[in-house]
Design a protein around this ligand. Structure first.
Ligand code: AMP
Length: 448
């Protein structure tokens, strides 16, 4: 029997996903390295959790949210277990905390793909990536300040300046129920002005209505009772301490009384970074908040927590809009050329010069320089063209005459100057010229 032809898009990345290729991927490297270095300076360790979890891990945290209700990629494995691809980053980290019981405060950061079956469009994907941080086990407003400034300073360090930080407090188990009652009563009185979605859920989840983008809902909720006016004394003083801490370290913020964020688990502090350089529908760069009851709700010991997630794709779109973080130009310390060139039909890459290129390249790379070559027995001219495009600082030419003298020619690609360097000195020579700090040390050491 003939097998069916695959659909025309079978060998394309699925809708809402994308490949990240060089040179664009160099921006990802730069961004992740900046975040990792910053997180390390703040005392956070890397945590890696599986791409999928038992479905309960996510159901527990967001039954009232679209992310869990409508968008989660759920499947049954061959053993009949219900699993879900990670739609968000906090629940798996809390699950890992409960499972391993590390000493609090447990401060971790992550980089992970997140999966949501959303309507794909620019800035909204079915697989997107987040850089995030979570702290578990200690309830201290100083941690809210630390976590917020970890995110804020990261965005600034990329060169972004047109973004705002909004903060709010969602109260806790003491003060929120009273507020929710007041909000429900208000929404009930305005039910006819709400969108169908909000009408269906305001009784069970009135906070979600504050989040709704429907113009009717926005108009209604503008006059709705505000949570900040209902905070209990503990939540109020926590929120004031967070604001004072942010002021003390110069992190500009504004209070957004309707900022509830999309997930069910938040308590007290919530925050969001919005870019002014992006369309308002997709301008959230990242956000997060406290989730002091989540660990307990997932069957663990009472353990307060706070964290955030920042969308990498979204941040890169904001970087484009602000013309910052360009893809770094290609760079190599050295490009090694077989200047004898191919001999005979199809070239002779393993002639004496070819062997020398291979050996020299290995020495350069193994001693820490970035170096490359051309492949395929190409002519000297063709190799030089590749060298030009490679962004190499120096081109090393392994030529017949130089080889006979036990030397190679080194061309400075900025000045065009060429010098002859003994073969047994060329690795050290390149180190000294490509790495000025090393040269300084070498000179200092020599001077001693
Ligand atoms: P959330 O987990 O919904 O709080 O999202 C955190 C951040 O991830 C957002 O502020 C966005 O930057 C990014 N993000 C969320 N959903 C998507 C998506 N579908 N596509 C691209 N980025 C997203």
């Amino acid at each position: 029997m003939q097998s069916e032809a695959p659909p025309p898009d079978a060998y394309r990345a699925p809708v809402g996903t994308h490949d990240v290729l060089p040179p664009e991927s160099a921006r990802w490297e730069a961004l992740v390295a900046a975040f990792a270095a910053r997180a390390r300076r703040f005392g956070y360790g890397l945590v890696m959790t599986p791409a999928y979890e038992h479905v309960e891990v996510f159901q527990r945290v967001g039954e009232g949210t679209d992310v869990v209700r409508k968008e989660m990629y759920e499947f049954e494995d061959k053993g009949g277990r219900r699993l879900a691809l990670r739609p968000e980053g906090t629940a798996p980290v809390v699950r890992a905390y409960i499972q391993h019981r590390p000493t609090p405060p447990w401060k971790v950061w992550y980089l992970s793909p997140h999966f949501r079956h959303e309507k794909a469009q620019k800035g909204r994907y079915r697989q997107h990536h987040q850089l995030g941080a979570e702290v578990l086990g200690v309830d201290d407003p100083a941690l809210d300040v630390e976590v917020i400034s970890l995110a804020q300073g990261f965005l600034s360090s990329l060169g972004l300046s047109r973004f705002r930080l909004a903060i709010n407090s969602l109260g806790d188990g003491q003060c929120r129920p009273g507020y929710l009652e007041a909000l429900r009563a208000y929404l009930r009185a305005h039910e006819s002005e709400l969108c169908a979605d909000s009408r269906a859920r305001y009784e069970t989840n009135p906070l979600r209505v504050l989040d709704c983008k429907d113009p009717g809902c926005v108009a209604v909720t503008e006059r709705a009772p505000q949570l900040l006016e209902h905070l209990c004394a503990d939540c109020k003083s926590h929120f004031e301490a967070v604001q004072a801490g942010l002021d003390a370290i110069g992190v500009a913020h504004e209070i957004a009384p309707r900022l509830v964020r999309g997930l069910d688990y938040y308590t007290r502090t919530t925050f969001e970074f919005a870019s002014e350089a992006l369309d308002s529908a997709q301008n959230a760069l990242g956000g997060g908040g406290r989730y002091d009851r989540l660990a307990e709700e997932m069957g663990g010991p009472p353990s307060p927590g706070i964290g955030f997630g920042i969308g990498i794709e979204r941040v890169l779109i904001a970087c484009d809009a602000e013309a910052v973080l360009p893809a770094p130009a290609p760079h190599l310390d050295a490009f090694v050329v077989d200047a004898v060139g191919p001999t005979g039909v199809g070239g002779d890459p393993l002639g004496a010069a070819g062997v020398e290129v291979t050996a020299l390249l290995a020495e350069l790379r193994e001693t820490g320089l970035s170096a490359d070559r051309a492949y395929g027995g190409r002519s000297v001219r063709a190799q030089t063209k590749v060298a030009d495009r490679s962004g190499a600082r120096y081109v090393v030419l392994v030529g017949r005459a130089e080889m006979e003298r036990g030397a190679v020619a080194v061309r400075d690609m900025d000045s065009g100057e060429q010098v002859e360097v003994p073969r047994n000195r060329v690795v050290a020579w390149l180190h000294e010229h490509c790495n000025p700090s090393l040269r300084d040390t070498t000179h200092r050491e020599l001077g001693r």
